[in-house]
Design a protein around this ligand. Structure first.
Ligand SMILES: O=C(O)[C@H](O)[C@@H](O)[C@H](O)[C@H](O)COP(=O)(O)O
Length: 237
């Protein structure tokens, strides 16, 4: 199915780009405009991004945008429970590819916490991100299994994390791949975003999105939790 043929719920929009570079540039301009607007209205802006591999060109394009970076608070939709010097750290990815040059002026809120175990780390992260919501701009990604943030299909805590009234801001999650121990923002924090964006690349992910738009269990394709409210989807082949 082509992206233009998708039957999207009200409030969900899809934008197709020619390639990853065009997607990264368009997304960077879209995000920077929304951050500027937030700063004009409220004096500061909150940006929450995702990790993984695909956001690197977007981070580099966003770092080039002229913004009063000192008024931007940046954090993550999810993190692998690994220290920042670990190759799998999302924080390291953001610091390396986004928070350089003028963008280094932005304040970064870490999800990663040193603790005895994942549950304790999640409790510390929960307190650390108390000031995050409402988020101005959220950029989600999606895995081939329909996960977004670290909301993995059938993960312990998934049901709790997806409750609209979940009292926790951060919960521990288990991913099917290494690093398996994850920390994720929960639905109410993610859903507080004034501009929620989903950036995905490739036919396989478009097929997953197509499946997620059909009726079915949220636990099977957790991205479904974000398809019944406003969302701007950016896709490229
Ligand atoms: O830390 C992570 O892995 C994520 O934040 C995760 O939710 C990511 O967005 C998807 O796995 C897609 O990753 P890619 O866009 O790199 O395929």
């Amino acid at each position: 199915m082509a992206i233009s043929e998708l039957k999207l719920p009200p409030g969900v929009q899809a934008c197709a780009h020619n390639d990853a570079e065009q997607l990264a540039q368009a997304l960077a301009v879209r995000v920077a405009d929304a951050l500027r607007q937030a700063i004009t209205s409220r004096g500061q802006a909150t940006l929450v991004v995702s990790g993984g591999r695909s956001p690197v060109p977007f981070f580099e394009a966003l770092a080039q945008q002229a913004l009063p970076w000192a008024q931007v608070l940046v954090s993550l939709a999810d993190e692998r429970w690994v220290p920042v010097n670990h190759a799998g750290s999302n924080e390291a990815l953001v610091r390396r590819h986004l928070l350089h040059g003028p963008a280094a002026e932005a304040r970064f809120l870490s999800l990663y916490q040193v603790a005895g175990n994942l549950e304790q780390a999640a409790e510390l992260a929960d307190a650390a991100v108390a000031e995050l919501a409402p988020i101005d701009v959220l950029v989600l990604g999606m895995g081939d299994d329909g996960h977004t943030a670290s909301l993995f299909p059938h993960s312990p805590n998934l049901h709790q994390a997806l409750q609209p009234d979940c009292a926790r801001r951060v919960l521990p999650m288990l991913a099917p791949s290494e690093p398996a121990q994850r920390l994720t923002l929960t639905l109410p924090v993610l859903a507080s975003a004034r501009l929620p964006l989903l950036a995905i690349q490739g036919q396989a992910k478009l097929n997953v999105l197509t499946a997620a738009l059909m009726p079915g269990e949220i636990a099977q394709l957790p991205i479904r939790a974000f398809l019944n409210s406003p969302l701007e989807i950016h896709w490229c082949p």
